[in-house]
Design a protein around this ligand. Structure first.
Ligand code: HEM
Length: 411
């Protein structure tokens, strides 16, 4: 049950890693198929290197270096400009999202206040709802016999779940889901800006309503939280809510799609998972190591520092390539191989991040993924990729699959 990576690594062995790093741009769609081969060559030669793309940044690919940067919030801030996907609503670009983009004491206070919405028990309390949403989506699909599972399933379930965690009513969750889809399906920058504005207005309405009538839900908590004697302003809260929805939705949708692609390419593995859903937990954890949905996020240097021997100065931007850390040969045996029998205790993979910003939603993500995969494997027997279908991988801040055209036995 091992999936080997392609052979491009061998072809790259003659390429100078510092040149590869200099031209590396994680937001270039053309790199998706070969990203991990390229990152592997860079990592083995120079785990901290400069890229000349996107206005210049420092590409960090080694496990130890990424973990060090993620843990040292006194030198590396989580606020970073210009390394993420294009700003959705240009006017909000300067707003700093509490928690996601703040550091140290400010961050700790926020995180402590939101923790209770993300405990293992809180995640388990969503399981029944996740299952009901999955079954409803699948019920609609079963008679079709064919679909793109990304559009019809993996991107349908998570927005509704994160909407419920935020405390939105049923109809509002459906709107949230529509706004999010309009935004991520936009084909031009202008379309994305327009969809982003409509989405931001919708969230602002929800935020103002909770300011007037706070409840006990997560969004009310975010709206009423006071840190250092201040509640947050509208732009900060809209940006924070957008990041919360993106963190809860894009990631889970893409891990689910990547998981399905692995299962479709490996029939014995698929049969094993369908007959023993208890194995899905280990499967999901190894997938988050091997192909983490959060492929690369940024940090900004706030004080003179060194990382992997490289001198860094305030204002330098770092790109932490989490997925590369998880394949680092100095830490993982056969890092480029998907292996279900790995010892999961040490070393800990970085697919959920590291340090104080480590994924807050990981318990929820594990519940969602287990249920989404179990329900799908049960409902669609004889699942297979449509003959001749070319599946396009994506890479950027998020790693995933653009579309997954499949067939199954119609009932
Ligand atoms: C398989 C799915 C997921 C993966 C692989 C994942 C991965 C990550 C990673 C790597 C980070 C750290 C980013 C950084 O330090 O720059 C992160 C942060 C975060 N994730 Fe997740 N995530 C997933 C699902 C979720 C879900 C379902 C939620 C629910 C809302 C969530 C909420 C968050 C939040 C709130 C943070 C920021 C925490 C902070 O700044 O203190 N994630 N996630």
């Amino acid at each position: 049950m091992a999936l080997e990576m392609g052979g491009a690594a061998a072809q790259m062995s003659g390429t100078d890693p510092t040149d590869l790093a200099w031209s590396f741009n994680h937001l270039d769609p053309a790199i998706a198929e070969t990203a991990y081969d390229t990152l592997g060559t860079i990592r083995r030669g120079c785990p901290v290197a400069r890229s000349g793309e996107l206005g210049g940044f420092v590409l960090v690919t080694g496990y130890a270096e990424i973990r060090e940067a993620a843990r040292a919030s006194d030198r590396f801030s989580a606020y970073v400009d210009g390394l993420g996907a294009a700003a959705v609503v240009t006017e909000m670009r300067d707003a700093i999202a509490p928690m996601f983009e703040t550091d140290q004491e400010h961050h700790h206070q926020w995180r402590r206040l939101l923790q209770r919405f993300f405990t293992p028990a809180a995640a388990a309390a969503q399981e029944q709802y996740v299952r009901a949403v999955c079954r409803e989506q699948l019920q609609e699909l079963i008679s079709h016999g064919a679909a793109d599972l990304v559009g019809a399933y993996t991107r349908q379930v998570p927005p509704l779940v994160i909407g419920r965690v935020l405390g939105l009513a049923e109809l509002e969750r459906a709107w949230l889901s529509e706004h999010v889809r309009a935004l991520y399906n936009a084909e031009t920058h202008a379309e994305a800006q327009q969809a982003g504005r409509i989405y931001a207005d919708f969230l602002l309405g929800q935020i103002r309503e909770r300011r007037a009538h706070p409840g006990r839900d997560l969004l009310s908590r975010m709206v009423t939280t006071e840190v250092d004697g201040h509640t947050s302003g509208d732009d900060e809260l809209v940006k924070m809510t957008m990041l919360m929805v993106a963190a809860g939705h894009l990631t889970t949708a893409d891990v689910c799609a990547t998981a399905l692609l692995h299962l479709l390419e490996d029939q014995p593995l698929r049969e094993h998972m369908a007959s023993d859903p208890a194995m899905l937990e280990a499967f999901v954890e190894e997938l988050v190591r091997y192909e983490p949905a959060v492929a690369a996020t940024g940090r900004t240097v706030t004080a003179e520092a060194r990382l992997g021997g490289m001198p860094l100065f305030p204002g330098d931007r770092l790109l932490l390539a989490w997925g590369s850390a998880n394949r680092d040969e100095r830490v993982f045996d056969d890092g480029d191989v998907f292996r279900l029998d790995r010892d999961r205790t040490t070393p800990q993979h970085l697919g959920w991040g590291a340090g104080e910003h480590r994924c807050l939603g990981r318990h929820l993500a594990r519940v969602e993924l287990r249920v989404m995969l179990t329900e799908l494997l049960r409902a669609l027997p004889g699942l297979r990729l449509q003959p001749g279908a070319a599946v396009r991988r994506t890479f950027g801040v998020i790693r995933g699959v653009a579309a997954l055209p499949v067939r199954w036995e119609r009932r």
